[in-house]
Structure formats: C-alpha cells, structure tokens
Write a protein that binds this ligand. Structure first.
Ligand code: HEC
Length: 160
C-alpha cells in the first residue's frame, strides 16, 4: 500500500521535530529584527521534568511542525483538514519558567487562536493571507515573550 497522507505527515513531523529541537529559546541571537523585547527570560533553565520540556515548549514544537505542513499545503492551494484542537490548550500549558507567561500572554494567545480559526474557515483564495496572519500572531507574542525562535518563525511566512 502507498504511504497515506497521514503517514507522510507523521514522518515529516518527526523530521521537523529534530530540526526544531535545535532551534529553541536558548538560541537568542543578538541580531534580530524588531527585537526590542526586554525579556530574555525565555532562556532554558535546567529541565524540571524527566523529559526536560515544558508543556508549552512541547506544544510550541507541534505548532511549529503544523505551521510547516500548513505552509506546504497552502502553497499548493489545499485547504487544511482538521482544526488542531490541541492548540487551544495554549492558555493553560505550563511554561518552562512560571515567569515566562506575562500579563499580555493571554491576549496574544487569543489572537493566535482566532487567527487559526479564521484560517480554517478561510475561502481558498484567502488561504495565504490568513496563514500569514497566523504567523504574525506567533511573531507578535514571541517579540515580547520569547525572542529566540523569531528567526525560524519568520521563515514560516509565505511570500506573496
Ligand atoms: C501567546 C504567546 C505565543 C504564541 C502565540 C506563540 N508562541 Fe511560541 N512560545 C511562547 C513561549 C512563552 C515559549 C517558551 C515556552 C517554554 O519555554 O516553556 C515559546 C516557545 C516556542 C518555541 C521553542 C520551543 C522549544 O523547543 O523550547 C518555538 C519553536 C515556538 N514557540 C514557535 C511558535 C510558533 C511557530 C507559533 C505560531 C504558530 C508560536 N510559537 C506562537 C509563546 C508563544
């Protein structure tokens, strides 16, 4: 049997997980566009749990993989299938450091979720625009909360 689309997705996700694990919040590069964020409290402290990764960090990695897959699908003009309900847990997922989530976190998180919903309800001709709006929502939160992955996140954008 031919590899189903789902299996391909799993394989791609696994590959991507490896890449993303190299790009984490501790990679705070000095040269970042619009990176005026005073916070660098996104640096990785020693792992607190046996796996070494917070709920939020794991969720973020999935968000990163999903965005990569979405980017490829949308570039080919395909509508995404199921909404990734799991991402709704962004509000409650525990960060590496309890100080990480600042007061503005929930606003940024809601903005991300509503942009995702708009994307999944999007007519075909607006997929690219709505997808890029999701990436902007990632960027907005990261500029303030966790500048490290900004470079990688910016690469998710589809240039029109
Ligand atoms: C509401 C704020 C917010 C939004 C929106 C957001 N992030 Fe994050 N992201 C964070 C925070 C905070 C962390 C640090 C998590 C931790 O260390 O526990 C993080 C961590 C990450 C990491 C590093 C994970 C690791 O391996 O440690 C990546 C990659 C990432 N985000 C990508 C994304 C992408 C892609 C999007 C959009 C699809 C996104 N983020 C949207 C706040 C956000």
């Amino acid at each position: 049997m031919v590899l189903s689309l789902k299996n391909k997705f799993v394989v791609l996700s696994a590959l991507f997980a490896i890449i993303v694990s190299l790009v984490n919040c501790s990679n705070n590069e000095p040269k970042q566009e619009s990176n005026k964020a005073d916070s660098t409290n996104c640096e990785k402290p020693k792992p607190l749990n046996p796996n070494g990764d917070s709920e939020l960090a794991l969720l973020m990695r999935k968000m990163m993989h999903t965005s990569e897959s979405l980017k490829e699908m949308i570039k080919q003009g395909n509508l995404p299938k199921e909404f990734p309900e799991e991402f709704l847990t962004i509000h409650t997922a525990k960060p590496t450091d309890s100080e990480t989530k600042k007061a503005s976190f929930d606003g940024f998180a809601s903005n991300y979720v509503s942009n995702m919903k708009a994307l999944y309800a999007s007519p075909k001709e607006e997929l690219t625009k709505n997808y890029n709006a999701v990436v902007t929502a990632c960027v907005n939160c990261h500029s303030e909360h966790c500048p490290g992955p900004l470079k990688a996140i910016n690469k998710l954008k589809i240039t029109e």
